[in-house]
Design a protein around this ligand. Structure first.
Ligand code: NDP
Length: 309
């Protein structure tokens, strides 16, 4: 059987299916036959470190359990003829739900009011202060791709005005901004859902956060690298930005104490797609790519850089 290197975790179902066709070697076990590895199964967080890719001369396919693949050097993969696959679409609805949940939790002060009940404060001190309505807001989507569009769709019951910023204008009815700061200035909420990587590194900077303003809410379900975290902390601490709902951070799983201490943040441990149902669908597609490649050399969902390979 061909040899597969497993980087990071995989579900029992994925491992059982892979084990039928591959000899599985786990990176975490420390030793693997580097020269014989033809397939890698990894995830969006761990990716494939350059030194590991360089160590695998027979590598043909990297199957990534996740849609974001910024932790894989696709330029080097393409140069070496290694196909990279990922799991687009099957997680759109779930990540959109996470973005909407974070937005609503910020607007309706879900965590503050939950604490008000749990602590007994309601009984002792009476009603909690009023919150803000999430209805009729102008929502700017940074990255109107598969998930960005799903977020726009899922927000419909709250009657938002959707606007967006991407590098290229899309064929949609929403207002397009070619300048992120100008969009932030016109928005109540800015939702980040671009890929990570160099082109989006810290594009949500101090200027953008200040433009979003004291009544503004930042939601980040993309990658921690997209937002300048130090600038975000300063903006929240000084009242230049109102609220932040974050699923992703610069140095996961480390989350700066300042963000954890603030009452105007809602923090999640990178669980955008993390439901049983969606992870099962992602796992199935991850393994389907591996098995199809083994069978006939083709794949189902290559990353765009590998589409013509
Ligand atoms: P798509 O490729 O469908 O969409 C990406 C969008 O981002 C496109 O509209 C693209 O438009 C835009 N974009 C890319 N680069 C830039 C840039 N430099 N500036 C502005 N806009 C940009 O991806 P998906 O919607 O499927 O996924 C998006 C990302 O969501 C993933 O790459 C991943 O990082 C993140 N994600 C996070 C999850 C979580 O658990 N929190 C789960 C799943 C995904 P254009 O090219 O025209 O700029």
């Amino acid at each position: 059987m061909p040899d597969l290197l497993l980087i990071g975790g995989a579900t029992d179902t994925m491992i059982a299916r892979m084990a039928e066709k591959f000899t599985i070697h786990k990176l975490s076990d420390g030793n693997y036959p580097a020269e014989k590895i033809t397939h890698v199964c990894t995830n969006g967080h761990d990716g494939v470190k350059p030194e590991i890719m360089a160590d695998l001369p027979s590598l043909k396919l990297i199957s990534c359990y996740g849609v974001g693949y910024d932790a894989i050097d696709t330029t080097e993969a393409v140069r070496r003829g290694i196909v990279v696959t990922h799991t687009p679409n099957v997680l759109n609805a779930e990540v959109a739900t996470t973005a909407v949940l974070l937005m609503l939790a910020c607007y309706r002060e879900l965590l503050r009011d939950d604490a008000h009940v749990r602590s007994g404060n309601w009984e002792v001190n009476g009603n909690a202060p009023l919150t803000r309505s999430a209805d009729n807001q102008t929502v700017g989507i940074l990255g109107l791709g598969r998930i960005g569009q799903a977020i726009a769709d899922k927000l419909a019951p709250w009657n938002p005005t959707i606007v967006y910023h991407t590098r290229t204008k899309k064929d949609v009815a929403y207002k397009y901004y070619d300048d992120l700061k100008a969009m932030a200035a016109d928005c109540d909420v800015l939702i980040c859902i671009t890929p990570g990587g160099p082109s989006t590194n810290k594009i949500v900077n101090a200027d953008v956060l200040e433009a979003l303003g004291p009544q503004g809410t930042l939601i980040n379900v993309s990658r921690g690298s997209v937002v300048d975290e130090a600038a975000l902390i300063t903006a929240l601490q000084t009242g230049k930005l109102g609220w932040a709902g974050l699923d992703v951070f610069e140095q996961e799983p480390h989350v700066p104490q300042a963000l954890r201490d603030m009452p105007n943040t809602v923090l999640l441990p990178h669980v955008g797609s993390a439901t049983i149902e969606t992870r099962a669908a992602m796992g199935a597609l991850t393994v389907d790519n591996l098995l199809q490649h083994l069978e006939n050399g083709t794949v189902i969902s290559p990353v765009p850089e590998c589409a013509d390979m």
